[in-house]
Design a protein around this ligand. Structure first.
Ligand code: PMP
Length: 400
């Protein structure tokens, strides 16, 4: 095949991508001035940051990072196994293990690689293992399970009854593994953890819980939903990210020491990559420690989300869930959703991202609003009023 035929192929692929072609808004997030950011069109306010507590801009976190940078320099210099391990990495495994009440933890360079790497090892470790996976699980869970080679059964999102049907229909003597998220990344709804833990016990299944959108935000010391509901001991592995409430980057899994040893030795996304820069690990550690000792930051986004939910509901704007600080608003049409994101930015300097496929199924496009800890009540009123006006102007569907 000559090179021009390859090019034809890529041209066709790009054309088929159509509306999914990505153009990213360049944001200059302002250290210490969260949620403000600069763009080529002036200063704006961010309404969809994953760093919704502003920990990535917190003065103590930034000071810690600056000191670590001065002392240890830029990169880590290697993979964890080949000279890249700094004392911050080790502490950043001890801290989440303690937070979730587990024996040990493994630190990865992202939540994605934590899920992908650890699930590919753990779900594939036992011969003939059958995996039970929530239908709305994140891509990183899906990829990890796929790479484990285990046979997969998919249960309806957060539906304990359906999970039980599938468990009951499976071979009693075969090992079982259940994987799910506590707070869903896009819908913001919360899994019935006590029910699922009960099923896991009854059917003898290992459990893997992704608390990416819950760590730092819920539970004692920010330990997540399982800890809030007092069932964290019932989940074999609890996984989290350092990139959302903790405002940095990196991910981890926590669990029994033997499982963590297996992950550390075998997970390809852990073994074959360079460790986090020491200053990043230091910053993440400072954020985890800060949020273990302070409830203040996590109270505000919950209050702000409640206010935003309430105001949107009053205006019959279709909010999908009111269970968490994620406020997903259903638009359900790709182009309309992009306009719904572009207009508040152009006119009001309010940035809220349109979420389309593959992050949500086509036809279920949403605006994923995440009011931050520092948005003021009046700003929230103005933001919802602006959205309401644009909703009418574009003729978007209201709640019936
Ligand atoms: N799990 C879930 C549920 C997520 O939403 C995400 C990120 N969107 C991840 C894992 C991956 O985390 P990270 O961004 O740290 O790679």
């Amino acid at each position: 095949m000559d090179i021009s035929s390859y090019m034809d192929f890529f041209v066709r692929l790009a054309r088929e991508t159509g509306d999914r072609k990505r153009e990213f808004l360049e944001l200059g997030r302002k250290a210490g001035r969260f949620p403000a950011a600069s763009t080529s069109n002036g200063e704006i306010s961010i309404w969809c940051s994953n760093d919704c507590l502003g920990m990535g801009q917190h003065p103590d976190v930034l000071d810690t990072m600056k000191r670590a940078l001065d002392e240890y320099g830029g990169g880590s210099g290697g993979s964890r196994n080949t000279g890249g391990t700094n004392h911050f990495h080790v502490a950043l495994e001890r801290e989440p293990a303690e937070l979730h009440g587990k024996e040990d933890a493994v630190l990865f360079t992202s939540g994605y690689s934590a899920n992908e790497g650890s699930l590919s090892v753990l779900a594939g470790a036992v011969d003939d293992c059958q995996v039970f996976s929530d239908s709305a699980n994140h891509a990183s869970i899906i990829d990890g399970l796929r790479h484990s080679g285990a046979r997969k059964h998919v249960f309806r999102h957060n539906d304990g009854r359906h999970l039980e049907e599938l468990l009951a229909a499976a071979d009693r003597d075969k090992p079982k593994f259940i994987a799910l998220e506590s707070v869903h990344s896009m819908r913001g709804d919360i899994a019935p953890l006590a029910e699922i833990a009960g099923l896991a016990k009854r059917y003898g299944a290992v459990t893997f819980l992704d608390e990416v959108h819950a760590v730092g935000m819920y539970g004692p010391g920010g330990a997540g939903i399982a800890a809030r509901d007092g069932v964290h001991c019932e989940f074999t592995v609890v996984m989290g990210t350092l990139a959302k409430a903790f405002g940095m980057t990196g991910g981890y899994v926590t669990g029994p020491a033997v499982l963590m040893d297996a992950v550390r030795a075998r997970a390809r996304s852990f073994v074959f990559t360079t460790a986090l820069p020491p200053a990043v690990a230091a910053g993440a550690l400072a954020a985890v420690r800060h949020l273990r000792g302070s409830d203040e930051e996590r109270r505000r986004p919950a209050e702000n989300a409640r206010l935003t939910h309430g105001l949107l509901r009053e205006r019959d704007i279709p909010v999908l869930s009111d269970r968490s600080p994620i406020v997903p608003v259903l638009v359900g049409e790709d182009r309309m959703c992009k306009r719904m994101s572009a207009l508040p930015l152009e006119r009001h300097g309010a940035y809220v991202q349109a979420i389309d496929a593959p992050s949500v199924p086509a036809g279920e496009e949403i605006l994923r609003i995440a009011p931050s800890a520092v948005h003021e009540t009046e700003e929230i009123h103005r933001f919802v009023d602006a959205l309401d006006g644009i909703w009418s102007e574009l003729g978007a569907a209201r709640r019936v």
